[in-house]
Design a protein around this ligand. Structure first.
Ligand code: MN
Length: 228
């Protein structure tokens, strides 16, 4: 074992519905993967395909723990998303082989400092401060792929204090899961332990201190957090 000169950080993991924990290596995210969300963000009639960004693995929040309202924002948004967990890796993965990499699925929230994202877009600056901040990735328990019916479809929704905010269907993703994995593997060598947040449907909006946020995907599971 290496002779660490400071204490190494704790490994990051996500609980699994059937027991045990899934160790996390990286967290990739897909942007603009539902047409209605692209439209609400002002991308009307633009043919730009979805794209990738990332969050640090230690931004994940598990077990329903609270999320502290982040600093440096006055417009803190929820984005409910299907999360894919990879049990196998690869490079230049063919679409028809991509599902062989999938270990399981979860429900996640891509928390976003929307004002900093708008600034970054306008100033042509990176997105890290808007997307990759501490506690920006609440995630529910992972369900093994064997327990999930294919093709992936079903209602994806999010409520804040019991009021419906976001609603869509997994079938409405512009890039489906095999295409996401195949495309991502052209840019990065994928490895076991990688997670992919697959984009959000329409209805994103602001969160305030004290809000109770619940997400649900039919046939996959739930995620829950509170803004503290
Ligand atoms: Mn997102």
């Amino acid at each position: 074992m290496a002779d660490f000169v400071i204490a190494p950080p704790a490994p990051v993991s996500v609980p699994v519905t059937t027991g045990g924990a899934f160790p996390v290596r990286r967290v990739y995210c897909v942007g603009r993967n539902y047409l209605e969300h692209a439209r609400e963000m002002g991308h009307v009639g633009d043919e730009e395909p979805p794209f990738f960004f990332a969050k640090p693995a230690d931004a994940l929040v598990t077990g329903g723990a609270a999320v502290p309202y982040p600093p440096m924002t006055a417009n803190f948004h929820h984005e409910i998303e299907l999360v894919v967990a990879l049990g196998h890796g690869g490079r230049d993965v063919l679409v028809e082989n991509a599902m062989n990499l999938v270990w399981g699925y979860a429900v996640g929230i891509d928390l976003t400092r929307r004002d900093l994202q708008a600034w970054a877009k306008g100033a042509k600056k990176p997105w890290e401060v808007a997307k990759g901040f501490d506690h920006s990735g609440p995630i529910g328990a992972l369900v093994p792929a064997a327990a999930v019916r294919l093709p992936l479809k079903g209602r994806i929704s999010l409520t804040v204090n019991g009021a419906l905010r976001q609603e869509g269907d997994l079938a409405d993703m512009i890039w489906d899961v095999p295409h996401i994995i195949s495309e991502l593997s052209r840019y990065f060598e994928l490895h076991p332990g990688d997670l992919i947040f697959t984009g959000t449907p329409a209805g994103v909006g602001p969160l305030l201190r004290g809000d109770v946020v619940k997400g649900d995907i039919a046939g996959i599971g739930t995620v829950e957090t509170r803004v503290s």
